[in-house]
Design a protein around this ligand. Structure first.
Ligand SMILES: C=C(O[C@H]1C=CC=C(C(=O)O)[C@@H]1O)C(=O)O
Length: 478
């Protein structure tokens, strides 16, 4: 994948981008094969929500992923390539699709050397997987595996921004039009400035949110799961609850994302949509995989306690969490699973023997970050496949726990608790687990929350945890 030229003056750059595209057009005509191009340019570090608000047509596919505390974001819209599949081989098929195109991409980069070094330029293949390999009832409208190479992709890392145009040049492509569109987009991005996006129409209101019903159904499911565990060798089942709710006014996904990133700056705020009016969004504390220049980090996150009203209460609850054998056991199952799965793909995970407490605005969790060096020949999706679903969202053993989830839950998980992220041109990659999430379609919303059930779990306390999670999300949506 050769990278061509670096020059500073924009007009000059557009001219050389023109010549570059014209050569690809010649190749497409000669070979009768479409040529995938990816052109990257330095831009100011624009706010990704501003991009979604001002530049992305609502009928376009999009993916947005931001970690506010790290000042890192990626947003993409439109589609140069789309691949959808389902079934047990979906990760392998997605991997093959990405590799087939990644190796053939013609790259042009006017982004500076820092962008190249940090992998901010070049194509990023966005991926969304559902929890189960085959969708259960189709109501969530997302295929079991989707790979999209967005037409427009904006990466922000600290004070640096890069715009990338991905485009499939065919024998009938018009290079003048492509360059005009590119020049317009670059101008539009520069006009956005770097001020943070604020929703002018829908400022945060008082927390009016859907009130979860009494939870009898969930508590009964917990009872049944506990009774199943006494009779079968299943150590943990993560049961989730879906709360459907119709608002009096349409939900504004952008305003909700703005509130989520303000309230959960340490989390990974995300949104994905296919341009059909349904948006899956949330703020997940759980990173499935972050791969930067061969260094992998994954989060073991399981075991929860509420936040206290004052620092001393917070510390008291955190100490209780750290010394609670049930919560520690639940956490240990995740650590052991991740370590085993990483080893199964040839990696050597490093981690501290004792978890830390990770505090979010509304809840605290036991957390063990795990690291490993990843050789170049191991594909990020190979690791994603080995790790999904972790016992933080499924249970132990995985297969049996998933069977019980299908028995006890009465809704399709869709993208909830499943891997969502991207694979970059240089092998870097990032995937989060889509928890603390909601599916939004105009006035309709489905909120998801789950809790790990192990021997000793108390149905009332698990329901309290579910309510806490649902309320936090519901408050951000309206
Ligand atoms: C499945 C969810 O959370 C998981 C992640 C962290 C802590 C969890 C817990 O303590 O139960 C859950 O395993 C969810 O929030 O929907």
């Amino acid at each position: 994948m050769p990278v061509v030229s670096h020059c500073s003056d924009r007009d000059q750059t557009l001219q050389s981008a023109y010549r570059f595209l014209d050569r690809r057009l010649g190749q497409a005509r000669q070979s009768h094969q479409p040529q995938l191009v990816s052109l990257s340019f330095d831009i100011p570090p624009v706010d990704p929500l501003m991009v979604l608000a001002r530049l992305a047509p609502s009928s376009d596919r999009h993916l947005y992923l931001e970690t506010p505390a790290a000042q890192r974001s990626v947003v993409g819209f439109g589609a140069a390539l789309v691949y959808e599949t389902a079934g047990a081989r979906r990760f392998a098929q997605a991997r093959r699709f990405i590799e087939q195109w990644r190796s053939k991409t013609h790259r042009y980069s006017e982004a500076g050397p820092a962008a190249a070094l940090s992998g901010a330029d070049g194509p990023r293949f966005f991926c969304a997987f559902t929890f189960f390999a085959d969708s259960q009832d189709g109501e969530t409208a997302f295929p079991a595996a989707t790979v999209v190479l967005p037409q427009w992709q904006l990466v922000r890392q600290g004070g640096q921004g890069v715009l990338t145009l991905n485009y499939l040049v065919t024998a009938t492509s018009d290079v003048d039009t492509i360059i005009d569109n590119l020049a317009n987009q670059l101008r539009a991005v520069e006009r956005l400035g770097t001020a943070p996006w604020r929703d002018p129409l829908h400022p945060a209101r008082l927390p009016v949110q859907p009130v979860p019903e009494a939870g009898q159904q969930f508590r009964t499911a917990v009872d049944r799961a506990l009774s199943h565990m006494t009779r079968h060798p299943v150590q943990k089942i993560v049961l989730a609850h879906a709360l459907d709710w119709v608002s009096t006014e349409p939900i504004q996904p952008l305003a909700a994302l703005g509130r989520l990133r303000q309230r959960y700056p340490d989390c990974h705020v995300f949104s994905v949509g296919q341009g059909n009016g349904k948006t899956f969004m949330g703020a997940s504390p759980e990173r499935l995989l972050s791969l930067t220049q061969g260094q992998l980090i994954t989060d073991a996150l399981a075991g929860s306690a509420p936040r206290g009203g004052a620092p001393f209460q917070d510390d008291y609850l955190a100490q209780g969490l750290l010394h609670n054998p049930k919560e520690r056991g639940e956490h240990r199952l995740v650590v052991e699973f991740l370590a085993r799965q990483l080893r199964s793909v040839g990696l050597w995970p490093q981690y501290q023997p004792r978890p830390k407490v990770r505090r979010l605005s509304n809840i605290q969790h036991l957390h063990t970050p795990m690291r490993a060096r990843v050789p170049r020949h191991i594909h990020p999706l190979h690791i994603v496949e080995a790790l999904h679903p972790t016992p933080a969202v499924a249970g132990v053993p995985t297969r049996e726990a998933c069977d019980q989830i299908l028995r006890f839950e009465d809704f399709d998980r869709g993208l909830y608790a499943a891997p969502l992220g991207w694979v970059g041109a240089n092998g870097d990659s990032e995937f989060i687990v889509g928890i603390r999430s909601a599916l939004v379609a105009d006035t309709w919303v489905r909120l998801y929350a789950g809790a790990g059930i192990v021997a000793g779990s108390n149905p009332d306390r698990e329901w309290a945890e579910i309510k806490l999670k649902l309320r936090a999300l519901g408050e951000s949506l309206v």
